[in-house]
Design a protein around this ligand. Structure first.
Ligand code: KG4
Ligand code: ZN
Length: 332
């Protein structure tokens, strides 16, 4: 069978990423330019700045991708691009770039759902069998998703308010640290002990998450300490928060496993880079992508696109849909 080469483009948040993926499995090359350093001192992603930086970077990322390799754009079978969910200005840069390339080089576009990209990041390095259960933990999402087959997706659990990664970022900010807060809290937690009692949110039998109560509790704890001139032990605080948050996501994941009896389970998304999350996933024999595939990247978009080919999901001109759900697929 002929190899299928896909040029994949991802610009949904603050990473400008492009990759060439062969047959949904082999990443021939990926170039990712992260804006995280620019936002480190600001305390979070500023959407308007992110879209301008994508615009500045995208052509360089494209040129670098095809530099020094024996392939040209004309040899690509399809162009895949993230069309949602994400920041509208950021998505528009990638989608417009894909539309222009497709027009000039006479290619078809495969529009890809970013959340499905995270799910499929587990498929690149592993043999995934169905039914497959995926826990997506990122800056924008905390979801439990069941895949009965490729792209046959059932959304089982979601958050009612903040996502877990967003909560990590806000807790770091309360403590006076920069963005992204996840890796900072993760490192602090390694030095501390789980000794500060925190409320367990959504401690019930439903597959729903909530992180705003835990975030408010952390906020009040630090403010009250400040008012009383008491010092917060940041390492113990980080360790206690991390254990509460990670306990919650794994307790819900265990419930979903008991109810659905999947053949394989994965934990994906930016927060799957967390050391405690990785430890627990490995202890439970779950699939966890290598570190480079946890954060936003175009390789995972190229992987989903490959499985979309058999579903005939193509277009000549993609549009951004910033508010789509994890189970949504492109319709013309
Ligand atoms: O998947 P991702 O790159 O972007 C979104 O689609 O949201 O996830 C970014 C999130 C941020 O909230 C960041 O703080 C978090 O992943 N993160 C971590 C760690 N590394 C990144 N959270 C906890 N521990 C980490 N080591
Ligand atoms: Zn993401």
């Amino acid at each position: 069978m002929k190899d299928i080469l896909i040029l994949a483009i991802e610009t949904s948040c603050d990473e400008t990423s492009m990759a060439i993926v062969k047959n949904g499995k082999t990443v021939i090359k990926e170039i990712t330019n992260s804006q995280a350093d620019e936002f480190a001192t600001i305390g979070g992603v500023v959407p308007e700045m992110a879209s301008r930086m994508h615009l500045d970077n995208i052509l360089y990322v494209y040129e670098e991708l095809f530099n020094d390799i024996d392939l040209t754009i004309d040899e690509m079978d399809y162009i895949a691009v993230t069309y949602g969910p994400g920041l509208i200005g950021s998505l528009m840069v990638g989608v417009n770039f894909a539309n222009t390339l497709a027009f000039i080089h006479n290619k078809q576009i495969i529009p890809v759902n970013h959340m499905q990209g995270h799910i499929y990041s587990a498929f690149i390095e592993n043999e995934v069998t169905f039914p497959h259960l995926s826990l997506i933990v990122s800056g924008g999402h905390t979801d439990i998703v069941l895949l009965k087959d490729h792209n046959e997706i059932k959304h089982l659990g979601y958050t009612l308010d903040d996502a877990i990664g967003e909560c990590y970022d806000k807790i770091a900010k309360i403590l006076g640290y920069g963005y992204p807060g996840g890796p900072i809290i993760d490192n602090l937690a390694k030095e501390g002990n789980n000794v500060i009692k925190m409320p367990v949110p959504m401690n019930n039998k439903e597959l729903l998450f909530s992180f705003s109560g835990l975030k408010s509790h952390c906020f009040n704890y630090v403010n009250q300490a400040k008012m009383k001139n008491l010092e917060v032990n940041a390492a113990d605080f980080a360790c206690s928060f991390q254990n509460t948050a990670v306990d919650l996501v794994f307790s819900k994941l265990d419930m979903a496993i008991a109810a659905n009896k999947p053949s394989t389970v994965s934990v994906v998304g930016g927060v799957s880079a967390n050391s405690e999350v990785r430890k627990r996933a490995v202890e439970r024999d779950m699939i966890i992508p290598s570190m480079k595939l946890t954060t936003d990247n175009a390789s995972m978009i190229g992987c989903v696109a490959y499985y979309m080919i058999e579903k005939n999901i193509f277009c000549e001109f993609a549009k951004c849909k910033p508010n789509i759900e994890v189970e949504d697929i492109w319709t013309n």
